[in-house]
Design a protein around this ligand. Structure first.
Ligand SMILES: O=C(O)c1ccc[n+]([C@@H]2O[C@H](COP(=O)([O-])O)[C@@H](O)[C@H]2O)c1
Ligand SMILES: Cc1cc2nc[nH]c2cc1C
Length: 355
C-alpha cells in the first residue's frame, strides 16, 4: 500500500501553476495585494493540476493518538495517561480541537495508532493500535521498520477512507504525551539542526528539564546511529528509530492526500516532523501541503524552513490536536474562493494601472 501510494504522487503541475499565477494577476486587485494567500491559491492549483483548484471543502481532521516510551525519561511534565484521557475527551466532543472543528465545519476522526491503554469501542474511534506505545527512543529504536510501515499504512487508509467519503481537504492532528521529544529528534535527523536548536518546552518544562530533554534527544541520535547533518538516505529507518506511531501515521496521511491530489493542512511541530519524513520518502509531497500555522516549538520553524513552507497563522499556539490546522482552513478556503469568484479587470470593466 505504501509503494502504491508513493507511485501515485505527482509533482505540482507546471501548467496549472502558471495559469494560476496569470489568473491572480488579472483579478481586480493590485498585483500581489493578497500577499501569502495568492501563493496558497497558486500552490493548490499546482497540486490539483487545474486552475482554479477545487474548493478545499469539506475538511476532515484526523487526530492520531499514541504513547511514547521516552516518557519514562522525564521529558514531559504530564502523566502518560493523559493521552488516553484526551482520546476520550475528543470522542466526547470536549477538546479544543472539537470546538475549532465545529467552528470551521470540519469532521473529526480519532485514531488509536499506539496508545498505551486499551480503549473501549466508541463511535468516531478507529482502533489500529500497532503497539502499546513505542519503546524508549533514547535506548534504541522506538519501533521496528515493520511497525513504522504499519502505522504509515494506517495513516494512508484513514486518509483514503475520508477522501472516499467526500473530504476535499485533510487536516492533520496528533495526541501523544512526550511526542515533542520524538518530534525534536526527527527534525534534528531530517534537517541536520542541532538538538539544542530544535528541542522545545512542549507542554511546559523548566530550564533544567529542558536541558535534560536536549540531552535525551542527543542520546537518541547517538544510540540509533543517526548523526544530524545530511538528511538520512533511509527515511523509514530514521522514522522507526526516533519517531512515534502518530508521526508515522501522519506521514502516511500526508502521502495519501498528495497521491489523491487532495490538499493537506499541516498542524504544528508533530505534523512538521512527520511531513519531513513524508518528504524524505517523496519530495513532491510538499507541493500538496499547506502549513496551517507556526507552533511555539522552535523545531517547527526549522522543519517548515526545510520543507519550504510558509505558515499561515502565527499565534504562539502549542497545543497540537490539529488546532492550528483547523484555524487555517478558512484562510485556505478564502484563498481558493478568490480564484473562483473575483472578477477580472476585463470582465468588470476596471481600468488597469498604466504599465
Ligand atoms: O502542535 C504543537 O506544536 C505542540 C507543541 C507542544 C505540545 N503539543 C502537544 O502536547 C503533547 C506533547 O507535549 P510534551 O511536552 O508531552 O512532549 C502532545 O499531545 C502534543 O499534541 C503540541
Ligand atoms: C491537557 C492536554 C491536552 C492536549 N492536547 C494535545 N496535547 C495535550 C496535552 C495536554 C496535557
Amino acid at each position: 500500500m505504501l509503494a502504491e501510494t508513493l507511485a501515485a504522487i505527482r509533482p505540482a503541475d507546471p501548467q496549472a501553476l502558471a495559469d494560476a499565477r496569470a489568473h491572480q494577476d488579472r483579478l481586480t486587485k493590485p498585483r500581489g495585494a493578497l500577499g501569502a494567500l495568492e501563493e496558497v491559491a497558486v500552490r493548490l492549483a499546482g497540486a490539483a493540476g487545474v486552475c482554479p483548484p477545487p474548493m478545499p471543502e469539506p475538511a476532515a481532521l484526523a487526530i492520531f493518538a499514541a504513547d511514547h516510551g521516552v516518557h519514562a525519561r522525564g521529558v514531559s511534565p504530564w502523566p502518560q495517561e493523559v493521552t488516553t484521557q484526551m482520546v476520550a475527551n475528543f470522542l466526547a466532543g470536549g477538546a479544543v480541537a472539537n470546538a475549532f472543528a465545529a467552528q470551521v465545519g470540519a469532521s473529526v476522526t480519532v485514531v488509536d495508532v499506539g496508545v498505551a491503554a486499551d480503549l473501549p469501542d466508541a463511535p468516531g474511534l478507529i482502533s489500529r493500535k500497532v503497539a502499546y506505545g513505542t519503546a524508549d527512543l533514547s535506548r534504541g529504536p522506538a519501533m521496528s521498520v515493520d511497525q513504522a510501515v504499519r502505522a504509515l499504512e494506517t495513516g494512508i487508509a484513514v486518509a483514503q477512507d475520508l477522501i472516499d467519503a467526500g473530504a476535499r481537504c485533510l487536516i492533520t492532528g496528533d495526541m501523544g504525551i512526550a511526542n515533542t521529544t520524538a518530534s525534536a529528534a526527527l527534525i534534528s535527523v531530517f534537517t541536520g539542526a542541532d538538538p539544542a536548536d530544535v528541542t522545545g518546552r512542549g507542554t511546559g518544562i523548566d530550564d533544567a528539564t529542558h536541558a535534560h530533554k536536549v540531552g535525551v534527544v542527543r542520546e537518541a541520535l547517538r544510540v540509533n546511529g543517526l548523526p544530524g547533518g545530511t538528511g538520512p538516505s533511509d527515511a523509514l529507518r530514521a522514522l522507526a528509530a526516533v519517531g512515534g506511531f502518530e508521526h508515522a501515521a501522519i506521514a502516511g496521511f500526508v502521502l495519501c492526500g498528495a497521491a489523491n491530489r487532495v490538499p493537506v493542512i499541516l498542524d504544528g511541530v508533530i505534523a512538521g516532523a512527520a511531513a519531513l519524513a513524508a518528504a524524505a520518502l517523496d519530495p513532491h509531497v510538499t507541493g500538496h501541503c499547506v502549513a496551517g500555522h507556526r507552533s511555539a516549538e522552535p523545531g517547527h520553524a526549522a522543519a517548515l524552513d526545510h520543507l519550504g513552507l510558509r505558515p499561515l497563522v502565527d499565534l504562539e499556539l502549542r497545543l497540537g490536536e490539529g488546532t492550528g490546522g483547523l484555524l487555517a482552513h478558512p484562510l485556505v478556503c478564502a484563498a481558493v474562493r478568490v480564484m473562483h469568484d473575483v472578477a477580472t479587470f476585463d470582465s468588470a470593466g476596471v481600468t488597469e494601472k498604466p504599465v
